[in-house]
Design a protein around this ligand. Structure first.
Ligand code: NAD
Length: 484
């Protein structure tokens, strides 16, 4: 399929989206295509003035939006869902252009991202409260749920659509207004989403978008405004920690979806027909640039040789290339820094005794291509077992027992997700209960779902996105006591 890139980019709106209008700025910054490092286009670079304007717009719209009938909010979100589905191909092309993943995966993300709009359109009309009688009788206890108020949403570059809809949809469903700041590496998808929301009938000021390379400066203005009520962030633990400190200033409600270091456990009685494809999906989906990506593969000693051999064979079949090419199954990494980090982690592990079973190098060509890489005999002091890799690099470690696998899995400050491969249901439950994570994937390599509560424990985050829990993050509880 030949895609007319210029025509697709021509569909993008220009400027920042503030108060229902597209506002140009004097300063702009370039967005690059990671497949060849060319410049795709330039977008507006928001500063202090625009941050202030977005805050004013979100605050002005907050009262009327909170008072909108839930059914109306639901129907607007439903229309937005339908529009994203209708424009799936454009969304997919834009995502692949700006962050590099294979087009088929971008098409998948377009639908996955759309599903948050549909799910929360359905939740908008199911916000309920309680009416109870106090244990001592007499007093009636009325518990009501109200929108938190204006929300600041900061999103990462790796899932440009879904990370936005996962925040915007529940916020709007709850009756909150939003300012979203996408990552400067992949801001185009969010701009196109703003167009969809406008077309779906979201009133002026209810959603605002600031694209910028001056994230700290812009965020300081928004976070420092006493009218802001909530910060929702997806990104690295390092930046999350910094933002939590700033949010403490005005005691903001916060939701934090942070970094991961997912262990992938192949237990003693695992079925390798299940475990190998699951490991491929958990490791290589999204070019390995996912917070849920399998970061460490702990395989029982009795299975490690066969697992390694079958997994490596699958890895060698991956087709590394530009995301828009038909036969590509693994795209380039997002930028030079991401590529350099993966190479550095390979070199560190090899210098400490790891064996390269596949790949191992960056490709010498324009763009940021890392060969899909498998390392065996990885020593426990290798950096890649302790840091988020964020690339197509799979370290395999043999363990002597299921207990050792769990112990090593928990030996990290992160706690987002763990993958567990086993045929034994009792063992599955036992291991799932003992893992210090927010999510466990049993005999599967993908568990993200709009109807499931996504999120981590420990330094992987606070709060949940998706499911019924997702809308709770945007609701305050108010109690009214009534004496009869
Ligand atoms: P990042 O932390 O570098 O950036 C995330 C966002 O924060 C971007 O929009 C960036 O511009 C902004 N930012 C950076 N510094 C800032 C500052 N000082 N003030 C305000 N905003 C600032 O993360 P990234 O590289 O974009 O994304 C990768 C990270 O995101 C990984 O650690 C990954 O695990 C994590 N992630 C987590 C989840 C999850 O659901 N837990 C999902 C996707 C990605």
């Amino acid at each position: 399929m030949v895609i007319d890139v210029a025509e697709v980019l021509g569909r993008l709106p220009e400027g920042l989206f503030i108060g229902g209008r597209w506002v140009g700025t004097e300063r702009q910054f370039d967005v690059h295509d990671p497949s060849d490092d060319s410049v795709l286009c330039a977008v507006s670079d928001a500063g202090v003035v625009e941050a202030q304007a977005a805050m004013d717009a979100a605050c002005e719209a907050a009262g009327p939006w909170a008072a909108t009938e839930p059914r109306e909010r639901a129907e607007i979100l439903r229309r937005a869902y339908e529009l994203v589905v209708k424009r799936q191909d454009t969304f997919a092309t834009i995502m692949t252009l700006e962050m590099g993943k294979p087009l088929a995966e971008s098409r998948g993300e377009a639908l996955y991202g759309a599903e948050f709009l549909r799910w929360f359109s359905e939740e908008a009309v199911r916000i309920d409260g309680r009416w109870t009688v106090a244990p001592s009788g007499g007093t009636r206890l009325l518990v009501m749920r109200q929108p938190v108020g204006p929300v600041y949403a900061i999103t990462p570059w790796n899932f440009p659509l879904a990370m936005g809809t996962r925040k915007i949809a529940p916020a709007l469903a709850a009756g909150c207004t939003v300012i979203i700041k996408p990552a400067s590496l992949s801001p185009l998808t969010t701009l196109f989403l703003m167009q969809v929301l406008q077309d779906a009938g979201v009133p002026a000021g209810v959603v605002n978008c600031l694209t910028t390379v001056r994230s700290a400066e812009v965020s300081e203005v928004v976070l420092g405004d006493p009218r802001l009520r909530k910060l929702t962030f997806t990104g690295s633990t390092e930046v999350g920690r910094l933002l939590l400190e700033q949010a403490a200033g005005s005691i903001l409600r916060t939701s934090m979806e942070l970094g991961g270091n997912a262990p992938f456990l192949v237990l003693q009685d695992a079925d390798l027909d299940v475990a190998v494809p699951a490991a491929m999906a958990a490791k290589f989906r999204n070019n390995g640039e996912a917070c849920t990506a399998a970061n460490r593969l702990y395989v029982h000693r009795g299975l490690v040789d066969e697992f390694q051999e079958r997994f490596t064979r699958n890895v060698e079949e991956l087709r590394l290339g530009p995301g828009l090419a038909d036969d590509t199954t693994l795209g380039p990494l997002v930028d030079r820094a991401a590529l350099d980090k993966v190479v550095e982690l390979v070199d560190d592990a090899v210098s400490k005794g790891a064996r390269v079973l596949a790949g191992g190098r960056a490709e010498v060509r324009p763009g940021h291509y890392m060969q899909p890489t498998v390392l065996g005999d990885v020593p426990h002091n290798a950096r890649l077992l302790h840091e988020e890799i964020f690339g197509p690099l799979a370290p395999i470690v043999a363990v002597e027992s299921d207990e050792e696998a769990v112990r090593r899995a928990n030996d990290t400050e992160f706690g987002l997700i763990a993958y567990v491969m086993t045929r034994d249901v009792t063992q599955a439950v036992r291991v799932a209960e003992s893992l210090e994570v927010g999510m466990v994937a049993l005999n599967t390599g993908i568990i993200s779902n709009p109807a499931a509560p996504f999120g981590g424990v420990k330094q992987s985050g606070l709060g949940r996105e998706g499911s019924h829990e997702g809308i709770e993050e945007y609701l305050e509880t108010k109690y009214v006591g009534l004496s009869l």
